[in-house]
Ligand binder design. Structure first.
Ligand SMILES: [Zn+2]
Length: 294
């Protein structure tokens, strides 16, 4: 494993989930830790070989593939862990992710490691800016994909977590998980204002073409929003909306975790359509029903 330098003090370890590293003055900061100890173990070795010591872990958000290596890094290095407000509670109590997706105590089919990371303590909340490795790191609010996600930036490079994903993943997973479509839309509108010259995510490689990436992600979001609305030519129940939206977007197979993630994203779109006055929600014959408003 080698760390690839992006620009200045900013590096990343490429993988199924990219892990960011900022190094300076013999110190290193990890930006997210991947799904489990497998990936981050090699990153710790590479940092050690570079002669640096891990002094902090910064989590962009609490999804299992971003904080799952925290516990291992903590055990190995003792480094303090930082997470955004609200997300911090989920990093510490990782059973909340399958709980929030399923809505009750999960069972094994919906309690996989992709949804349920090893828990870890959180020592500090991630807000404003912080001084580490002799650098000022800027914390950029990017809520929407999750409840209170943040990006983390040096002067040259913004680490954007899951605020954006690579175009090829938008093709492979046509419905992107989203907690709050309206917040995510505002985040997408704000990202082009960033001053950095390089951008990297957990699921996209470093790029300078921020506007192109934002545009692809925005098209994906609006295509899903339109597909959800398109299922409501007549009033329909939640499960019908999920089934018809996934079918319309070419998703023909889902395992239980994929179903939960897609259903949650569809519900985020339903919520946004209600809040913007396009559809209404009622309980009819003991069933939840969504209907287009005139
Ligand atoms: Zn995520």
């Amino acid at each position: 494993m080698t760390l690839d330098q992006i620009a200045g003090a900013a590096y990343y370890a490429s993988g199924r989930v990219n892990i960011g590293v900022v190094m300076g003055e013999g110190q290193a900061v990890l930006i997210d830790t991947g799904l489990d100890e497998g990936g981050v173990r090699k990153v710790l070795q590479a940092i050690e070989q570079a002669g640096a010591r891990v002094v902090a872990v910064l989590n962009t958000h609490a999804h299992a593939d971003h904080c799952g290596g925290n516990a291992f890094v903590r055990k190995r290095t003792g480094a303090p862990i930082y997470a955004p407000p609200v997300e911090a509670a989920l990093v510490q109590s990782t059973q909340l992710e399958p709980f929030t997706l399923f809505g009750a105590a999960p069972f094994p089919d919906v309690d996989t490691k992709w949804l349920h990371a090893a828990p870890s303590p959180v020592d500090h909340l991630l807000e404003g800016s912080l001084e580490l490795c002799g650098l000022t790191l800027e914390i950029i609010p990017t809520p929407g994909h999750s409840i209170n996600q943040v990006g983390i930036a040096t002067t040259d490079v913004a680490f954007l977590g899951d605020a954006l994903v690579a175009p090829e993943l938008l093709e492979r997973y046509p419905i992107q998980y989203c907690y709050d479509v309206l917040a995510h839309r505002r985040t997408l509108a704000s990202l082009p204002n960033l001053r950095q010259t390089w951008f990297v995510g957990a699921h996209f490689r470093p790029t300078r073409d921020l506007e192109g990436l934002v545009a692809a992600n925005r098209r994906n979001l609006e295509r899903t929003a339109d597909a959800v609305l398109g299922t409501l030519s007549s009033p329909a129940g939640t499960e019908e909306v999920v089934a018809h939206t996934t079918e319309a977007l070419g998703i023909f197979f889902m395992d239980p975790p994929a179903y939960l993630l897609n259903a949650a994203a569809v519900k985020a779109h339903l919520s946004a359509h209600v809040r913007e006055g396009r559809i209404g929600f009622e309980i009819q014959d003991r069933r939840p029903i969504w209907r287009r408003l005139p």
